[in-house]
Each structure stands twice: as structure tokens, then as C-alpha cells.
Design a protein around this ligand. Structure first.
Ligand code: F6R
Length: 606
């Protein structure tokens, strides 16, 4: 949350900062701002709302300078306003920040007592005033930044820019990611490598506690004790076309449509031509695992819930699934033989990272399933399994979810192989079924016109329920999450058998009930629950296949027929109608699909 960027360039930096911020806007869009040093003079421009407002402001009120920092905000402390927009500044220093300074109230009181005048409600402004106090004591910028950092508690990625210093930025990382980009006589800093992709592919990731003193000649790195450290420069290849809309109206539409192709990439990465599963880095020895603990947030958590059905059923391994923000403070015991698995698209989610560190402290072997291979979660894992979905820009996760499912399905099958819980022909059939998923996803995408028509009807609703049984239950939760986050329609997902234990009281003829029910061994049970809804006047949208539609489609409000899919992997395919319904409902309602209100893509605060 919040994107930060810095450039020591060889020409005007404002447009470069704005371009880089565009690639970080997925991290927050409550306000944006930049600061530059021009002929030694520090100045800034800030605007509330989307980045386009800052761009417009810069047209009328440009900002010169070849050194600058920028920020796109997801508000934590203080409402979105100009005063609360970053960069924050004291007289001779400007800062941009991602994270939360937890002791900011005490620092602020102390600084106010010393005469500092605060303009904002943010935690970040304390950092600027604190640095100014040290500058006033005669310390050089580097020492002033160091002394400031010593006083800060909480999580941060911080970037300092100083009046009178055209060739200096100071970056610091504690808990929030930060990358330094190396150019030719130019240097860059950004929250991630995507922000810097068109500027340079040569990236150094700051480790936890690191500071970087950046000049045009290069960067020097220091650990949290101030000792010089060597940090590797990696060459990161980011396919720029994956960061463009490519003719689609929204990133979400593009990312939904990309699913067959990116899932194909992921499956080819993990399945050899002869049909064997190959996990990188020596894989996982499942013969020594007696249970799994899977931890994640949001949609990634729902991928874990789905995987629980697969791993328990196929490999006979018990699985605990936890929401990271609960897991980290519950301090659960981790019995011998537990494998801890963390799932995260961004690889930067603060709670998931904290849960990972909790398990690492207990000397657990850490496995992660991530999309961003250079992310903190990937780098702090013993084994990182990439999902290879490519950059996911839309705030609502789509291809990230289905690629997580594909990789987790492979993990379940590999566990079953090693533990001998599946015979070879059955295993081979499941692997073949999984390989057939990209083609089936294409067929599911072909139902889009019908989904769109139904979505127009759904957009009239104020409440929607999703039902599913077995592995379709987590998908009911995912369908509801997707719908509410982008269309703002209140939606809940339930296990279909659970409805009569309370939620059925919500059913009336104004509440569409979306039943996710492929014609599988649980179909009749789900249909009974559906009948209970219809008997109470509920409007049912049945999402099923041709057999399901023939058997139970009559009398329902709407029926959406999906292509046939092997029962085991139905959650992967049925994710697509859930995503398309949410997408088209949001489009019909005219909401901001890619950047829904109050949300951000990368949740780096707890
Ligand atoms: C919902 C969504 C979020 C994320 C959650 C975890 O569409 O995208 O619920 O799934 O914030 O994010 P990652 O996977 O990056 O850890």
C-alpha cells in the first residue's frame, strides 16, 4: 500500500516520476505527489485522488528539477486531502513513506513541544520534522536520516530528499519492500521493480533493515547497525506488455481473458513433457510431512481453502487454513512434521509476511506460492513456487487466483504421489485433466455474452448470496468477495448445507442466490438446498454444466451452463463465471473496476 519512487536523473524528472507512479497506482490512489530539488531548492506538488489529478496540476504548475521523489497514497492516518498527501516536508527535507510509524504520536508530541508546526494528520510528517531537528543540530543529511530512522517504530519504506542536495536520496526499508534501480549515470528507487521496469532492469532489493545512500554514481548499502553491506544487482526481466491494457477496457477484463494462456505457462513450467510433476529447488519431501498449515489473506486465503479439499482428499494429509492476520497474533503451536505454506499474489502482504516470519522463527521450512518472484515472501521462503500469472494490475485478483489453484493442485498431486495415496494411472489421469484446463477455460470464457446479460440483471440487486458445496464452497466465498469489492453490492457466500442454519432468513424475491453446482457427486445435495431457496421465493441463478442444466435448470430464475470439467478441478473453471459476473455487474453499475474504492492491490500495512 502506497507506492514510492525516486529518481536522480539526467533530465527533467517530473514526467518520469509520474510515469513510474502510474505503474504503482495499484498500491493506492487516494492522492499523489512529487517533490524535486532544482538548483538546490526543494519544492513539491500534490493532488487529491487519482494520479491524473497530479498530472493535470503539473501542466498548469510544473515542477523543474532532475532529482525527485514521488508517492501514490492509500490513506492510513488522515483522510485523503492535499495536506495529508505525500511528500511530507519540513524546511530542508521531504519524505515519502509506505507503511505505518507506530510511535508517531509520541514523536509528534515531542516535536510539537520543540516548536515544530504540523500541517497534516499523518504519521509520516513526524519523519520529516524529526530529520529537520537533526539537520538543525548541524548533522549532515546522511547522519540526520540515520538518527531519524533510529527513532522510528513500525513498518516503513522511506525515501528522503534534501534541500541543497541535487545528487542524494536516502532510502530505508523495515517491513515494506524497496528496490534500487541502477542506470547509466542515473539512479532510481521504487516500491517494486515494475515501477522501474522501463527505466532499468538492473535492480537491488533492500534487505530487512537496510538503508541505501543513493547518488548518480551508484548506491551504498548499510544494514540496520550502519555496517556497509554488499547487495547483489539482479537483472529483472519484466514483460512491459503485461503491464498494458492491450485493447481491453479494464485490466480486470484483460486478466480474466489471459487465464488460459498464463495457466498454460504455469502448467508447462511444472509438468514435464512425459507428464511428471517437477517442483523446483528439490521440491518438498511429503513423506516427512504429517500436516500442512496454509496461511494467506483474501482471495489467496480462499485458494488455500480450496487446496485443503484437494490435499486432504488426494494425499490424506490434514490441512489447517488460517487468515494471516489472525494466525500471527494467535501464536499457534506448530507441531513437528508441519509444513507451513504461504500463498500471496503480491508476495508483500504484511500479515502473510509476518505469519511467515513467525513460522521461520520456529525453524519451520517455509514454502510459498507467489506471483512476484522477487517479492519479500518469495525471498524469505526456503522454497518459492511461482504461479507465473504475469503482472496482475487490477485490484481484484483473477488470474492470480486460478494460477494459485493450478499450482496448489499440483502440490496436492505431488504429495499424493510421494505418499502413495494415488495409484499411477489415477495420478496420470489427474495430471492430464489439469493439463486440459487451459482449453476448458477458453470454453468458459466463450459464455461471456450470456454472463454479461445476467450481470445486467444482477446489477439491480442490493444483496446477493452465493452457495457452493465441497470445493465449490470456497468458490462461493470468492464469488461473493469479487462481487462486493468491485460492484459494492453486498454479497455473502455460504456452504449450501449451512443455509438453513440461519442465512436462509435473508432469502426473498429480491435477493439473487447464485448456486455454483457442477454435475458432480454432491450435485443432488446442492440442488436440494437450491430447492429450499426456491420454495421460499428465492431467485436462483444456477451455474452448472449441460447435465446439471438438464436435470435442475427448469424453474430457476437464470441458468448459466459451463463446459464440462473433471470434478476435481471444477473450482478452477467455475472461478471464471464468478469473475465475469462480478466484472460485468461492476461495469453495469459504472464503478471503478480496476481501482475500487477504499482498496489497494498490495496490502503492506497490517
Ligand atoms: C481480492 C484480492 C485480495 C487479495 C489479498 C491478498 O480480489 O485481491 O483479497 O487476495 O489482499 O493479497 P496477496 O495475494 O497479494 O497476498
Amino acid at each position: 500500500m502506497c507506492g514510492i519512487v525516486g529518481v536522480l536523473g539526467d533530465h527533467e524528472v517530473a514526467p518520469i516520476l509520474v510515469e513510474a507512479l502510474k505503474r504503482l497506482e495499484y498500491r493506492g490512489y487516494d492522492s499523489a505527489g512529487i517533490a524535486t530539488v532544482n538548483a538546490g531548492r526543494l519544492d513539491r506538488r500534490r493532488a487529491v485522488g487519482k494520479l491524473v489529478n497530479l498530472s493535470d496540476l503539473l501542466v498548469h504548475d510544473p515542477l523543474a528539477g532532475k532529482s525527485g521523489i514521488g508517492h501514490t497514497r492509500w490513506a492510513t492516518h488522515g483522510a485523503p486531502s492535499i495536506a495529508n498527501a505525500h511528500p511530507h516536508r519540513a524546511r530542508r527535507v521531504a519524505v515519502v513513506h509506505n507503511g505505518i510509524i507506530e510511535n508517531f504520536r509520541a514523536l509528534r508530541d515531542e516535536l510539537v513541544a520543540q516548536g515544530a508546526g504540523f500541517e497534516s494528520d499523518t504519521d509520516t510528517e513526524t519523519v520529516a520534522h524529526l530529520a529537520q531537528v537533526f539537520l538543525d543540530q548541524g548533522l549532515a543529511p546522511r547522519e540526520a536520516a540515520e538518527r531519524t530512522l533510529e527513532r522510528l517504530e513500525g513498518a516503513f519504506a522511506l525515501l528522503f530528499l534534501f534541500e541543497g542536495e541535487d545528487d542524494l536520496m536516502i532510502a530505508a526499508r523495515k517491513g515494506s519492500p524497496l528496490a534500487v534501480g541502477h542506470g547509466e549515470g542515473e539512479m532510481f528507487v521504487g516500491s517494486d521493480a515494475i515501477a522501474l521496469a522501463p527505466l532499468t532492469h538492473r535492480i537491488t532489493y533492500l534487505e530487512e533493515g537496510d538503508r541505501a545512500i543513493v547518488t548518480r554514481a551508484g548506491a551504498q548499502f548499510f544494514d540496520d547497525q550502519g555496517r556497509p553491506v554488499n547487495r547483489e544487482i539482479r537483472t529483472i526481466e519484466i514483460d512491459a506488455t503485461r503491464v498494458e491494457k492491450g485493447g481491453y477496457k479494464h485490466f480486470m477484463a484483460k486478466e480474466i481473458a489471459e487465464q488460459p494462456s498464463v495457466m498454460g505457462d504455469a502448467l508447462r513450467h511444472y509438468i514435464s513433457e512425459s507428464g511428471e510433476i517437477v517442483l523446483p529447488g528439490g521440491g518438498i519431501d511429503f513423506t516427512r510431512v504429517s500436516r500442512l498449515t496454509m496461511v494467506a489473506c483474501g482471495t489467496a486465503y480462499l485458494a488455500c481453502m480450496t487446496a485443503k479439499y484437494w490435499i486432504e482428499q488426494l494425499a490424506g494429509l490434514p490441512v489447517d487454513v488460517d487468515i494471516a492476520s489472525e494466525f500471527r497474533y494467535r501464536e499457534p503451536p506448530i507441531p513437528e512434521g508441519t509444513l507451513a505454506v504461504f500463498v500471496s499474489q503480491s508476495g508483500e502482504t504484511a500479515d502473510t509476511l509476518a505469519a511467515l516470519r513467525y513460522c521461520a522463527d520456529k525453524a519451520q521450512r517455509i514454502v510459498s506460492v507467489v506471483n512476484v518472484p522477487e517479492s519479500s515472501i518469495a525471498r524469505e521462503s526456503d522454497l518459492a513456487l511461482p504461479i507465473l500469472a504475469g503482472a496482475e494490475i487490477s485490484v481484484a485478483s483473477t488470474k492470480g487466483f486460478t494460477c494459485q489453484l493450478a499450482v496448489l493442485a499440483l502440490v496436492a498431486l505431488e504429495a499424493a504421489r510421494q505418499r502413495g495415496t494415488l495409484d499411477a494411472p489415477t495420478l496420470a489421469r489427474h495430471i492430464e485433466d489439469l493439463r486440459s484446463m487451459p482449453g476448458r477455460l477458453n470454453a468458459a470464457l466463450a459464455t461471456e455474452p450470456r454472463t454479461e446479460a445476467i450481470a445486467r440483471l444482477l446489477s439491480e440487486a442490493t444483496d446477493v448470496l452465493f452457495l457452493g458445496r465441497g470445493a465449490m464452497y470456497p468458490l462461493a466465498l470468492e464469488g461473493a468477495l469479487k462481487l462486493k469489492e468491485i460492484s459494492y453490492i453486498h454479497a455473502e457466500g455460504y456452504a449450501s448445507g449451512e443455509l438453513k442454519h440461519g442465512p436462509i432468513a435473508l432469502v426473498d424475491n429480491t435477493v439473487p442466490v447464485i448456486v455454483l453446482a457442477p454435475h458432480d457427486r454432491l450435485f443432488d445435495k446442492t440442488v436440494s438446498n437450491m430447492q429450499e431457496v426456491m420454495a421460499r421465493g428465492g431467485k436462483v441463478l444456477l451455474v452448472t454444466d449441460a447435465r446439471g442444466a438438464a436435470e435442475a435448470g427448469e424453474g430457476v430464475w437464470q441458468c448459466l451452463a459451463m463446459p464440462e470439467v473433471p470434478e476435481l478441478f471444477a473450482p478452477i473453471l467455475y472461478a471464471l463465471p464468478a469473475q465475469m459476473l462480478a466484472y460485468h455487474t461492476a461495469v453495469a453499475k459504472g464503478t471503478d473496476v480496476d481501482q475500487p474504492r477504499n482498496l489497494a492491490k498490495s496490502v503492506t500495512v497490517e
